[in-house]
Design a protein around this ligand. Structure first.
Ligand SMILES: Cc1cc2nc3c(=O)[nH]c(=O)nc-3n(C[C@H](O)[C@H](O)[C@H](O)COP(=O)(O)OP(=O)(O)OC[C@H]3O[C@@H](n4cnc5c(N)ncnc54)[C@H](O)[C@@H]3O)c2cc1C
Length: 421
């Protein structure tokens, strides 16, 4: 109760010109924010997941407020992806609810086409996010029976929104993971995460080490080859590489279809036989396969198989070298765990991303502090307590986010209607 009255008074003061000088001089920004009470659900993040929830609510007649830290929708796609990126799965598996891709888009739309689709989607459902609003803290206040969401604007000014429903849509890829490597200060060349990589032009003629062999790492290697750089790839773990297409169908689409009739293990076996026929034995090139099949592994650990778009051919031809884990960096050189040493001019970290939910959401139940993902596994992780929801944390891409979004909208609609009567 005490804390409520304290911040309520401060909220009022922040709107009062007589008090502005006083509030600005307050060093504790989180306590001195102007306060806005909203009836609408508040969605944090204007990526595909946040847009999907806003649209699904809109279709049910429920308005929403969307807060986005960046100055555009889908900032991951617009700001942190490489130029040659296309959606990895066929377009029918990357659609948001209630609006398909245009018919004249190719099966695998380019990044620009995907962004165009998302812009059209936001316009179609009249979604107008509040940009440059980075949520710094969200906490449930049981006295008020409301979520208190504090966000920071461009100039560091804090505002508070109070709402009944809070949807976390900040994504599994909110922050780049950049592991610390021994000797990195000594290296001297450029070390950058894939979120900063645009194209291979700047690396023409250079020896580049790509760390990580997921879809991004493999594709960046291919891009580097196409710009006459000399890439090598660090492969630490076993990895499933599958052709993007099998028997004239997308591997993903074919897997989904087979899963309707056959158990997962059998589908995995079929996928591995066809992959072997098309790609050969990948372990001959230093790419060992995990003991679990690709679908079972994805299901149990969330680890996505690599859908090959031409990188494997470059590995086979020797244009891309496969190397083991890094032991340490030296001046323009890398020492590997097998004791070998090689010179490199640049390093690209294809080491993935992580959720940032634990940094801003103060709640101990729904999300794990460890990985920032819902504790309850798919398909049950979308709903928490006291009006808290999660969208886009299922490790199932846009398809998973769309499923979450529809469930969340249905759930909120029920309470929204009760409130209205
Ligand atoms: C290179 C790459 C290729 C991919 N290709 C595919 C694909 O082909 N198909 C597929 O299904 N999936 C793909 N994915 C996975 C992909 O990330 C998504 O499916 C999709 O972008 C997830 O959308 P999202 O809205 O959940 O997260 P994001 O797209 O990451 O959006 C989250 C938004 O939240 C904002 N945000 C974060 N923190 C805060 C905060 N504290 N306050 C306010 N706003 C915040 C971010 O700025 C961002 O705009 C790919 C991912 C990558 C990295």
């Amino acid at each position: 109760m005490g804390s409520y009255y304290f911040t309520e008074t401060e909220g009022k003061q922040a709107h009062d010109p007589l008090f502005i000088g006083k509030t600005n001089s307050n060093s504790n920004k989180l306590c001195s924010s102007p306060v806005e009470d909203v009836k609408e659900p508040v969605i944090i993040g204007a990526g595909p997941s946040g847009l999907a929830v806003a649209a699904s609510l809109k279709v049910k007649g429920v308005p929403s407020v969307v807060l986005e830290r960046s100055d555009c929708i889908a900032s991951l796609w617009q700001r942190k992806t490489y130029d040659r990126l296309r959606v990895h799965l066929p377009k029918q598996f990357c659609e948001l609810p209630f609006m398909g891709f245009p018919n004249d888009f190719p099966t695998y739309p380019t990044k620009e086409q995907f962004i165009e689709y998302l812009e059209d989607y936001a316009n179609e459902f009249d979604i107008k996010p509040r940009f440059n609003k980075k949520v710094a803290q969200a906490e449930y206040d049981c006295t008020l029976d409301r979520w208190r969401v504090k966000s920071e604007g461009l100039n560091g000014e804090m505002t508070e929104i109070r709402c009944r429903w809070l949807v976390a849509a900040t994504g599994e890829n909110a922050e780049p993971v950049t592991p610390k490597i021994e000797g990195e200060d000594e290296f001297g060349g450029s070390i950058k995460h894939t979120s900063l990589y645009k194209c291979g032009e700047e690396f023409e003629g250079q020896k580049v080490l790509v760390v990580g062999c997921g879809n991004s790492g493999m594709e960046v290697c291919l891009d580097l080859c196409n710009y006459d750089a000399k890439p090598s790839i660090v492969v630490r773990d076993s990895v499933h590489i599958l052709p993007r297409e099998m028997l004239g169908k997308s591997t993903f689409g074919l897997s989904m279809w087979l899963l309707k009739w056959l158990p997962m293990r059998l589908v995995d076996r079929l996928l591995l036989i066809v992959s072997w026929l098309i790609l050969g034995d990948t372990s001959r090139f230093g790419l060992d396969r995990p003991s679990l099949g690709p679908l079972e592994l994805k299901n149990l650990s969330g680890k996505t198989p690599v859908l090959d778009v031409g990188t494997l051919a470059k590995i086979k031809s020797g244009d891309i070298k496969v190397l083991p884990s890094i032991k340490r960096l030296k001046r323009h050189a890398v020492e590997f765990v097998d004791g070998k040493m090689e010179n490199f001019e640049a390093i690209i970290l294809a080491t993935g991303y992580r959720s940032n939910v634990p940094s801003w959401l103060k709640e101990g139940q729904m999300f794990s502090e460890k990985d920032g993902l819902p504790r309850r596994p798919f398909p049950n992780g979308w709903k928490g307590q006291r009006g808290l929801y999660a969208v886009g944390f299922t490790k199932r891409g846009i398809l998973g986010a769309s499923m979450d979004a529809k469930r969340i909208a249905e759930d909120i609609e029920r309470y929204w209607k009760v409130d209205k009567t």
